[in-house]
Design a protein around this ligand. Structure first.
Ligand code: ATP
Ligand code: MG
Length: 335
């Protein structure tokens, strides 16, 4: 089927299982999501909801113990399931970048930073005649606002602070001008005082090159600030997804409402922080109905038995049994 030219990554009805000692964990239970060219997309949800697994499935980077049980994932026009491991690795190298939580652990401890940046640049230059110079390496390190690029290039990763190492990781992830960068909690391990700077840098650099960013994060204020669109995950599904402002101002899914109340309540003095009662599920098989039903404050008789369908109201797609309420009508009723 022809796919939209603006779609960089796409997952359709993905079911992914991890198998450890023969006991399956269903990390994705019919997850669908698309990532468009140059957009910054946030993925949020409690721990275990499937954010990292979805990011890895969409980019053809699932670990060995994971298996795509059904559904499809595409990197641009390439179906992940129909592409061999070698070709997939090459595709990831050419078209994608990755930034993880622990930058020092991600970099090669045995090679100086300059060499690693050079490798990243040369991977992108494969097939082109130009060779990479030290100036190219230093220019790239300067672009990620490292104050002394020459000194950094001579260092080993363990000699850098976490923030400096994450800047190097961002430089490496973006060196090839990839179509998308998958950033899985890229600031969670960093000092709070530099988290905003690092996210700002990542988004700014990506936007310069029309690179899409998929940002998995528990930092909802940051997602609200930097992302164009947000996907909310629960129980291995994307339960709500839409433009950031609309989704934050008018969440339709009871889980999104609960998540925002619990995460953003802390931000506003005087407002109530409401912990979401109960625990997120660990699925062994497909959920019979809505996985959030046992914790939902708006539960209907159908919710535990029937899987909800998507409804789309003003660009916000919600997976819920509650009747769809157009955002503008809801606004008026509150006025
Ligand atoms: P977090 O916010 O903690 O990073 P997440 O939303 O990224 O969580 P995932 O890491 O995708 O969630 O996990 C989804 C489910 O899959 C969880 O039940 C988790 O325990 C399980 N899981 C994830 N990775 C593995 C793995 N390598 N082996 C076995 N189970 C896994
Ligand atoms: Mg994760």
């Amino acid at each position: 089927m022809p796919r939209c030219a603006h779609t960089i990554l796409e997952g359709r009805d993905l079911v992914v299982e991890y198998r450890i000692r023969d006991e399956p964990v269903r990390a994705l239970d019919d997850a669908s999501l698309t990532v468009a060219r140059a957009e910054v997309l946030g993925i949020v949800g409690e721990s275990g909801s499937g954010k990292s697994t979805l990011g890895l499935a969409l980019s053809g980077a699932l670990p060995r113990e994971a298996r795509i049980h059904s559904g499809e994932a595409y990197v641009e026009d390439h179906p992940v399931s129909g592409t061999g491991e070698r070709a997939l690795r090459e595709l990831r190298r050419r078209r994608l970048g990755f930034v993880f939580q622990d930058p020092i652990g991600t970099l090669d401890p045995t090679a100086r930073v300059g060499r690693q940046v050079r490798w990243a640049l040369e991977r992108g230059a494969a097939g082109r005649s130009r060779s990479t110079t030290s100036d190219d390496v230093h220019a790239l390190l300067a672009q990620v606002r490292l104050p002394e690029p020459r000194a950094v290039a001579r260092s080993y990763p363990h000699q850098l602070s976490g923030g400096m190492a994450q800047r190097v990781s961002i430089a490496i992830a973006l060196a090839n001008r990839p179509a998308a960068v998958i950033a899985d909690e890229p600031t969670a391990a960093l000092d709070a005082s530099i988290q905003a700077e690092i996210l700002e840098l990542l988004v700014d650099q990506a936007r310069r090159h029309d690179t899409a960013v998929v940002l998995m994060s528990h930092d909802l204020p940051a997602v609200r600030r930097y992302c164009d669109r947000v996907a909310v995950m629960y129980g291995g599904r994307v339960v709500e997804e839409g433009p950031t402002a609309r989704l934050f101002e008018n969440p339709a899914h009871p889980y999104t409402r609960a998540l925002l109340a619990s995460a953003l309540g802390r931000e506003q003095p005087g407002s109530r922080v409401e912990a979401i009662p109960g625990q997120p599920p660990v699925l062994r098989a497909a959920a019979a109905g809505c996985a959030f039903a046992p914790r939902c404050d708006s539960v209907l008789p159908d919710c535990s038995a029937t899987r909800p369908e998507v409804h789309d109201v003003d660009g916000v797609r919600t997976l819920c049994h509650l009747p769809a309420v157009p955002v503008h009508r809801k606004d008026r009723s509150h006025a």
